[in-house]
Design a protein around this ligand. Structure first.
Ligand SMILES: NC(=O)C1=CN([C@@H]2O[C@H](COP(=O)(O)OP(=O)(O)OC[C@H]3O[C@@H](n4cnc5c(N)ncnc54)[C@H](OP(=O)(O)O)[C@@H]3O)[C@@H](O)[C@H]2O)C=CC1
Ligand SMILES: O=C([O-])CC(=O)C(=O)O
Length: 267
């Protein structure tokens, strides 16, 4: 039985907890950590078998695997505490991982492991396989409804008014690294794509706010010496946090299944 601790009991963390509770695989929810403890305890009362809301140190002590579903800013503390204990971190904070160049060395030195789940993306398996050979180019175009982008740091900081737009507006063009830093809660997937393929600096990214859309969409074109492929995904936003697609939590659950299943499908 693997004991799972969830760091960040918000939109993603609560869905992951419910799946673990209902799973017939050898996974058990051990504890969660939170920003606002009172709010997390109220949400915990919705579970059939509530677990304690604890701080990061206790979460790590009580768990074999930590799921990081906290904000980007909390990633490093959660990751270091997990890795220092020689444990496994499952995260979708690609933007934060990208900004920690020493992560692999830190994990190796402490006998821990970081698993960056695919999150709200697709095709990371094919991109990784292509990267074994030579990738010529990777381009990603993200289009999101206004409600998914309106609170993004970059939009607020630059005073970009999305409330009145009646046609698609390109709000960012650059590298995946620049995009993930400017939109840490909106294009973690671009960072993941960069880390899987030619690197975040070589991966090109556009972000559009599109008033006609209801879904968070990503289109990716990869050209390599083994294959050319195009990928597209239309994510249904969660009600709680429209920037977060529903599939993200399910990607984490699938990654947890991989840790305990006798057969693994896909790279
Ligand atoms: N790769 C991908 O495909 C995607 C990645 N993400 C990333 O996943 C993460 C979670 O997203 P989401 O669930 O939508 O976000 P939410 O804001 O819904 O949930 C985050 C939770 O973390 C809590 N929290 C805040 N600080 C800490 C801390 N120091 N330790 C533990 N918990 C803390 C917050 O509590 P409180 O509100 O009380 O502060 C909140 O409940 C984000 O980093 C986001 O960028 C999201 C979508 C897609
Ligand atoms: O839901 C999405 O489309 C992707 C997302 O928020 C992210 O990468 O952080």
């Amino acid at each position: 039985m693997k004991r799972i601790g969830i760091a960040g009991f918000g939109t993603i963390g609560r869905v992951v907890a419910r799946h673990i509770e209902n799973s017939d695989l050898p996974l058990a929810l051990a504890a969660v950590s939170a920003g606002d403890r009172t709010r997390a305890e109220a949400a915990m009362a919705q579970l059939a078998r509530p677990v304690p809301v604890v701080d990061t140190a206790e979460l790590v002590a009580l768990s074999d695997v930590i799921v990081d579903s906290a904000p980007t800013a909390a990633f490093r503390d959660i990751a270091e505490a997990t890795l220092c204990a020689g444990k496994t971190l499952v995260t979708v904070s690609g933007a934060a991982l990208m900004q920690w160049p020493g992560a692999a060395g830190f994990a190796r030195d402490h006998g821990g492991r970081i698993i960056l789940a695919t999150g709200a993306l697709l095709g990371i398996d094919a991109v990784r396989a292509a990267a074994i050979g030579s990738i010529h180019s990777v381009t990603m175009v993200t289009r999101k409804p206004v409600k998914s982008l309106i609170k993004a740091d970059h939009v607020v900081r630059n005073g970009i008014d999305l409330t009145e737009i009646d046609e698609p507006l390109k709000i960012f063009e650059g590298s995946a690294r620049e995009g993930a830093i400017a939109f840490p809660a909106n294009v973690n997937v671009a960072a993941a794509l960069g880390l899987a393929g030619t690197g975040p600096d070589q991966t090109r990214l556009e972000i559009w706010a599109d008033p006609a859309l209801t879904r968070n969409t990503h289109r990716i074109i990869v050209d390599s010496d083994s294959a050319r492929f195009e990928l597209a995904i239309e994510n249904i936003p969660t009600d709680e946090n429209p920037g977060t697609g529903r599939i993200t939590a399910q990607s984490i659950v699938a990654a947890l299944h991989d840790l305990v299943s006798p057969i693994r499908i896909g790279t």
